[in-house]
Design a protein around this ligand. Structure first.
Ligand code: GLN
Ligand code: ZN
Length: 505
């Protein structure tokens, strides 16, 4: 039965106007108007609902997409900073933001009411755009495709955890309950200003680099004073944990004005994945090497994982998400190899969005977990036995995906746990989680400074149920939204609490 006949047969619909949401409100791609009009024509007749009974609409409200593609600057500009703010002009004809989608709705309504001839030009332009995307350079990169096609199971697996743990302990010599942070340190107004000036092209590259290096130096000295065991560089150079990588990877475009609501009054500019993902140069190695040169303590490299990069981007609609995830995974795999070669012995790959992308339908979940876990393992399985891979998850309850977290096979996993008072601990026990685990003992979502007693209690809860040899002490998440006034005493208390608990073991 055709869509139209099915709709006409549905009791009660005959007296109603059906709004056909044929324009996708969730993505930013221009629609194939010819195909959409065919769908609408089928709905209307001859066995369908009849002319006048069908209105054309978008599939959702348009708050998920940016306002107007005409607000972007289009052009090829290869100066650093400005480069990434100008969208490749080819994308102009492939994209439809909210205003363009409204135009598509109007065109389809006109075509439906007045016939195809009335919108012939629009239909042709839309078909041309769809066709040009298929063959455009960069959409399918043969080297990327070949590399993906030749992957084997071995590319997704590391050696046994017990061997890795022993090699890592020999290389790193960490104390019981090692202390660390999740990556970012407070983003001060000075850092934000320097980054904004650099993006505008108003701060020369060398001055920008030395401003960021000075910030890294301060953060390293602070961590040493506080007595943390595994140091981070603090991420001052990152505007956002996804956009930062999207700006450095070919295949992604980032917009100047493509804001969408994230939650409440917070807005983000999701990058747009339009082509195959290519890492043309190392992305984080200079910052991490510089950090390591300042200290004799281990420094943790910091990357964002494939699932999170895709979850917080507009993704291409011409291939399965799992294929895109593996492309990002390969780019990250190369970055991990370069970090390792530069002497970075600990590398964290954040996947806070792992739970967020989990499909609602139980039947769809195994396939999702399969590709999402696979892309993380592809990213992280190329490193040496003694290189310690960390991951970090937050923003949700993890009970439902605890098996997948286990399957990531990271050496150390840090998770949000302070607010829930270690709710995750029994869940970890239930799956027999046996690798490194850092349940957060400092809730970074509030400016409140946790006392030593409070952090001690949470750590004691953790080591009561989990083998103390695998427990880490860390905050719930990154510190970028906090101020130093809260961060310093909170981390001092975390270190004091850890020392107190260590003494009892
Ligand atoms: N490494 C990131 C940070 O510390 C992780 C952020 C996150 O999990 N949302 O900011
Ligand atoms: Zn987090």
């Amino acid at each position: 039965m055709s869509d139209g006949a099915a709709a006409a047969a549905y009791p009660g619909l005959a007296t109603k106007t059906v709004v056909a949401g044929v324009i996708d409100g969730h993505n930013v791609w221009r629609a194939d108007l010819d195909a959409k009009l065919t769908t609408l024509e089928g709905l209307v007749g001859p066995q369908g609902l009849g002319a006048g009974a069908v209105a054309v609409g978008t599939s959702t409200s348009l708050l998920h997409v940016p306002h107007d593609a005409d607000d972007e600057q289009w052009g090829n500009d290869s100066t650093p900073g400005a480069a990434r703010r100008k969208l490749d002009p080819r994308l102009r004809e492939w994209l439809a933001f909210a205003n363009q989608k409204v135009g598509e709705v109007a065109t389809l309504a006109r075509g439906l009411a007045s016939g195809r001839d009335a919108v012939a030009d629009e239909l042709r332009a839309s078909s041309d755009a769809v066709a040009s995307r298929v063959t455009a350079e960069g959409v399918r990169v043969p080297e990327v495709r070949e590399r993906l096609a030749s992957l084997t199971a071995g590319d997704f697996t590391r050696g046994a955890y017990a061997e890795r743990a022993a090699a890592q302990q020999a290389a790193l010599g960490l104390p019981l309950l090692p202390t660390t942070t999740i990556g970012s340190f407070p983003q001060t107004p000075e850092i934000r200003r320097a980054r904004a000036q650099h993006a505008r092209g108003a701060l020369p590259e060398a001055e920008y680099t030395s401003a960021m290096q000075a910030e890294i130096r301060r953060v390293v000295e602070l961590q040493e004073q506080i007595g943390l065991d595994v140091l981070v560089h603090g991420e001052p150079e990152r505007n956002d944990m996804v956009q930062y990588f999207a700006e450095l990877l070919d295949g992604f475009a980032t917009t100047a004005n493509g804001w969408v609501q994230s939650y409440g009054s917070r807005c983000v500019r999701p990058p747009i994945l339009w082509g195959d993902v290519v890492r043309s140069a190392p992305m984080t190695v200079d910052w991490s090497s510089y950090t390591a040169s300042l200290t004799s303590k281990p420094v943790k490299g910091m990357l964002t994982g494939p699932v999170t990069i895709l979850a917080w981007s507009f993704v291409r609609d011409d291939q399965p998400l799992g294929d895109s995830a593996n492309q990002v995974g390969l780019a990250l795999r190369d970055e991990l190899a370069d970090l390792e070669a530069a002497g970075i012995g600990i590398i964290q790959v954040d996947e806070p969005a792992l739970r967020e992308l989990l499909p609602l339908r139980a039947a769809d979940q195994p396939a999702y977990l399969d590709w999402s876990v696979g892309s993380f393992r592809l990213a992280t399985s190329g490193v040496r036995t003694e290189t310690q891979v960390h991951t970090h998850l937050c923003y949700s309850e993890f009970g439902e995906v605890i098996g997948a977290i286990d399957a990531l096979d990271a050496d150390v996993t840090s998770v949000e746990a302070a607010r829930s008072r270690m709710e995750i601990v029994p869940e970890l026990e239930a799956v027999g989680f046996a690798r490194g685990i850092g349940p957060g003992v400092y809730d970074i979502h509030s400016p409140r400074v946790p006392s030593v007693e409070e952090a001690t209690e949470l750590l004691e809860l953790a080591v009561k149920s989990i083998d103390p040899h695998v427990v880490w002490a860390n905050p719930d998440c990154g510190l970028k939204t906090r101020r130093y006034a809260e961060t310093v005493p909170s981390l001092e208390n975390l270190v004091s609490a850890t020392k107190a608990v260590r003494a009892t073991l």
